[in-house]
Design a protein around this ligand. Sequence first.
Ligand code: AMP
Length: 371
Amino acid sequence: MTKLAPVRTIGIFGGGQLGLMLGDAARPLGINTVFLEDAANCPAALTGQVFTNAEFERFESSCDTFTLEFENTPLVSADRIEQKHQLFPPSKALFIAQDRLNEKNLFQELNITTVPFLAVNSLDELNNASHQLGLPLVLKTTRGGYDGKGQFVIKTTQDIETAWQELGDATNIAPLIAEGFIQFSREVSIIAVRSQSGEIRYYPLVENTHHHGILAKTVAPAPNSEHLTEQAQDNIKKLLEHLNYVGVMTLELFVTNEGLIANEIAPRVHNSGHWSIEGAVCSQFENHIRAVAGLPLGSTDIVQPSVMLNVIGQFPNPKDLLGIRGVHFHHYHKDEREGRKIGHITVMTGDDTLDEAVSQAIACLPNKLGL
Ligand code: AMP
C-alpha cells in the first residue's frame, strides 16, 4: 500500500499557537506533529507530544522531518538537526531573519527596496547615523526584538543619548541598527509558500494595523492593492529562491508613494495569515505542512474577503461574540495576561455586511487595540 504522505511525523521547534494551528492542519493529512518547547502546558500540547530541550534526543529520534514555528530557534539546534535530517526552512533563513542587519543586507543584495539603515556600535556612530539618515530615525536591536519591543524612535537630538542608554547600554546587543523613519501610508504583508520542487504560490497582499507594535487587525485582501501585488510577489520570490526555501515565508512591507519598502521577513507562518484558515481555499498552516511533507501545494485563492482581529490580554464574552453572523473564534488555550496574544477572530460574511460585523466584533473585545 502506498502511503498518503512520505512524512509521518513532523518535529516542530516551538509550541505556541502557531504550533497548535500547524498541528491542527497536519492531522487531517495523516501527519503527526511533535514539539520542542520548555513550557509543558503550551498551546501546541493540545495537538501533539511536547519535548523539552533536555529531551532533545528523543525529539530528534521521533521525527522524519523538521520545521519551526519559533523564529528565535537557536541556530545551534537548527544546525544540529540539519546535519542528519531535513529542516524546512533551512537554517540559513533563520540566520537571516534573526538579525535585522543580515535581513536588510540581503534585501539590498537582492535589489529589494528597503529602509535606509546603518549599523550602530557606539554613541558616536549613533550621532553619525542621525546626520546621515536625518531625524526622526528608529533605533532597533538587531536581535531578539518582536512586537515593537527593542525599538526607540529618535525624534530630536536630545533623544539620542537616552536611546543609546536604553538600547545600546542596557541590552548589550551590539550592533544596533538605525533606520530612516518611513512615512508610510499603510502596512501590508505578503505570505508565500514554496514546495520542495520549487513551485511558489502567493496569498493575496493583506493590510495590517498595529497598536503599540502589536498586530491588531488584518484585512484580506488589502483594499486597492492590485498595483502593489507584482512588486510584493517579485520581492518574496527573490528571497524564497535565494534561500532555497521550503515552506511558508512572510514579508512585511510599508506602502509609500514611491512603492513598497521591505521591513522584515518571518521564516514561518504568520499572524497576518490567520484569516486563511477560513478565508482561503488552503490555509497558510496546511500549505506549510504540505510543503514540509513534500506534498503538492494547495490553492492560495481567497474564498471570501475576511478580517482578522487579535484577542490580546482578555477574552471577549463568547455568547456575544459568536452571536454575530460570520464570526469565527480561535482560542489559544492560554491564560489571560496583559499584552499576551490569547486568541483571534476571523470575520467573513460573504456580502456587504462585513464592515458592520467587524464593528460588532470589535465592540465585544475587552482590549480594542485602538480599533
Ligand atoms: P518591526 O519590529 O520592525 O516590525 O517594527 C514594528 C513597527 O514599528 C512596524 O510595524 C512599524 O509600524 C514601525 N516601524 C518599524 N520600523 C520603522 C521605520 N523604519 N519607519 C517607520 N516606522 C517603523
